[in-house]
Design a binder for this molecule. Structure first.
Ligand code: GLN
Length: 481
C-alpha cells in the first residue's frame, strides 16, 4: 500500500487499492501505536469508513473521486467538524459538537480525502510543546521523552509516526512550522487570507492561518492546492484566484537568491547542531545553483514581544465567547456573573488564563497605546523590513526553531523559554507571509532539525519550488513507527 498521499490517491483513483482498505489500515496503525504517542484525541472509524466507501463507489461508477481520493487525514482539534466533538484541547469545550464543518474540512472531503480523527493540541493553540493540552501531552515519535512541539503537536506527531500521511494544523506564531521542525516533517503556513478560517476556532484572528503537515513537500503541496482559495464565509479571505503549486515543484534552486536572515540564524539561543545543519543545507543549495546572500530584519528583535501583546489581546477578546452559556462546560452558580466566573475558572487551563489576563491588560484604556498600539507599530516595521529584504533575495531562510525537540517538562515552568521556541517563525505571522519548514537533517542525538523558508505574500508557488529544491538535495525523514 503506498505511503504518500499522492501515491494513495493515484492507487485509489485507478482502482488498484480501495479507500476503505487504506483508511482501515490507518485506523489500525492509530489503534496499535497511538497509546504511546497521544497524537489523536479521538478517531471516528465508522464515519471515516463510510466516507471511504463513498470514494470507492465513485471510482466504481466512473466518477472523479478527487485529487486526494482515499487519503486518510488528521484534523487539529481547533477545526470544527459537524456532529463530531471539537474541544480545542480545552476542558471548557469538552463534549461540544459543532453545528457545521470548517471550510477546509469540506474542501478536503470534496477532494476525496477521509478525515479519521481530531488531533491533540495545546489548549486553544496556545503553546509550543503540546503540554498545555487539557487532555494529555504528546510524545515526539522520534524520542518519546521529548515534546513534539506545538501547538499543532498532535498533527505533527501523527504524520511523523506514520499514522496518517497528511494532517492539518493552525499557525498563529509558528504552530505548524515549529512542531514540523521538531518532528522532522514538512509543515506549511500559507499567506494570511489564502486559506479560509471559517470553522477555525479563533485564537488571534489577525494572525491565524491553517496549513498542511506531510512527510514531503509534494504531499504538502497537494493538500495546499486543495484547501487554498477564496471563501465568502471568511471576510479576511483573499479573492485572488489561486495559482496551483504542484506543477512547479521541479524547477529547482538554480538561479534563486536565498537571503539568510542574520537575526534569525545566530545568537545565544541557537544550538550548535541546529546551526551546523542549517549551514550544511545552505552549502548544498549553493552546489545546486542557488546564490546565498546575507539580509537583515532589524525589527524582528521586537517581533516576539509584539506578538505576545497582539496575540493575547486578540485572544482575550475571542475567548470571551466561552461564558458557560453558548458552548460546552457550565459550572452552576447563583447568578450569571458568578456562573461565568466559575465556568471560566474551571474550564480554562493556566496558560489560557495567563494570556487572557495579559491581553485584557494590554487593551485596557490606560495602557492601550503603550502596549497594543506600540506592538502594532512594530508589526508595520517588520513588514517594512521584509519588503527591503525581498529587494535583495527571492526567498528568506533561517532555522525553523533555535533548538531540537526538548524534553517533556523541561520548559513548563519557564514561559519565556517556551515562547523563544517561536522566535524564527513569528515574523511571518506578523507580516502575513507564507513560510514552510522542511527537514534538513538530524542533530547529534538523532533529533530532526528544521529549515525555515519564507516568501512574500501570495508567493506560495515560489516558496514550494524552493522547498522542493532543498528537499531534492537534503532528502526527507522517514516516519518513526
Ligand atoms: N507558540 C506560540 C504561542 O504559544 C504560537 C502558537 C500558535 O501558532 N498557535 O502563542
Amino acid at each position: 500500500m503506498p505511503a504518500t498521499a499522492r501515491g494513495i490517491a493515484s492507487a485509489v483513483r485507478s482502482g488498484d487499492v480501495s479507500a476503505v482498505d487504506v483508511v482501515a489500515a490507518a485506523l489500525r496503525r492509530v489503534e496499535a501505536g497511538d497509546a504511546a504517542i497521544g497524537s489523536f484525541l479521538r478517531t471516528y472509524a465508522d464515519t471515516a469508513l463510510e466516507r471511504a466507501g463513498r470514494v470507492d463507489a465513485a471510482v466504481a461508477e466512473g466518477r472523479d473521486p478527487g485529487p486526494l481520493a482515499g487519503v486518510p487525514v488528521g484534523l487539529k482539534d481547533v477545526l470544527t467538524t459537524e456532529g463530531i466533538e471539537t474541544t480545542c484541547g480545552s476542558r471548557i469545550l469538552e463534549g461540544w459538537q459543532p453545528p457545521y464543518d470548517a471550510t477546509v474540512v469540506q474542501r478536503l472531503r470534496d477532494a476525496g480525502a477521509v478525515d479519521v480523527g481530531k488531533t491533540n493540541c495545546d489548549e486553544f493553540a496556545m503553546g509550543s510543546s503540546n503540554e498545555n493540552s487539557a487532555y494529555r501531552p504528546v510524545a515526539n515519535p522520534h524520542d518519546r521523552s521529548r515534546v513534539p512541539g506545538g501547538s499543532s503537536g498532535g498533527s505533527a506527531a501523527a504524520v511523523a509516526a506514520g499514522f496518517v500521511p497528511v494532517a492539518l494544523g493552525s499557525d498563529t506564531g509558528g504552530s505548524i512550522r515549529q512542531p514540523a521542525s521538531l518532528c522532522g516533517t514538512v509543515g506549511m503556513k500559507p499567506t494570511y487570507g489564502r486559506v479560509s478560517r471559517y470553522g477555525l476556532v479563533a485564537f488571534a484572528s489577525s494572525l491565524d492561518q491553517i496549513g498542511p503537515f506531510a512527510l514531503d513537500v509534494a504531499d504538502a503541496a497537494l493538500v495546499y492546492d486543495v484547501i487554498a482559495g477564496h471563501d465568502p464565509m471568511d471576510a479576511t479571505s483573499i479573492p485572488h484566484p489561486v495559482e496551483p503549486v504542484t506543477g512547479g515543484l521541479d524547477r529547482g534552486l538554480d538561479g534563486l537568491t536565498l537571503g539568510v536572515v542574520e537575526e534569525l540564524s545566530s545568537g545565544a539561543g541557537f544550538e550548535a547542531e541546529v546551526l551546523d545543519r542549517f549551514r550544511a543545507a545552505l552549502a548544498e543549495a549553493e552546489r545546486a545553483g542557488a546564490r546565498v546572500v546575507d539580509v537583515s530584519l532589524p525589527s524582528t528583535a521586537y517581533a516576539l514581544s509584539a506578538y505576545y501583546l497582539i496575540a493575547p489581546a486578540e485572544c482575550s477578546s475571542n475567548l470571551a465567547r466561552f461564558d458557560g452559556v453558548r458552548y460546552g462546560l457550565r459550572v452552576g452558580a447563583d447568578d450569571v456573573e458568578a456562573m461565568n466566573r466559575a465556568t471560566r475558572a474551571a474550564g480554562f487551563g493556566p496558560e489560557v488564563k495567563r494570556r487572557v489576563m495579559l491581553g485584557t491588560y494590554a487593551l485596557s484604556a490606560g495602557y492601550y497605546d503603550a502596549y497594543y498600539g506600540q506592538a502594532q507599530r512594530v508589526r508595520t516595521l517588520v513588514i517594512d523590513d521584509f519588503a527591503a529584504a525581498y529587494e535583495r533575495a527571492d526567498v528568506l531562510v533561517s532555522p525553523t526553531s533555535p533548538t531540537v525537540a526538548f524534553a517533556l517538562g523541561e520548559r513548563t515552568q519557564d514561559p519565556i523559554a517556551m515562547y523563544l521556541s517561536d522566535v524564527c517563525t513569528i515574523p511571518s505571522n506578523l507580516a502575513g507571509h507564507p513560510a514552510i519548514s522542511i527537514w534538513c537533517g538530524d542533530g547529534a542525538a538523532g533529533l530532526p532539525v528544521g529549515l525555515h523558508l519564507m516568501a512574500p505574500a501570495l508567493a506560495e508557488p515560489l516558496l514550494f519550488q524552493a522547498a522542493a529544491g532543498f528537499e531534492a538535495v537534503l532528502g526527507t525523514k522517514a516516519a518513526a513507527v
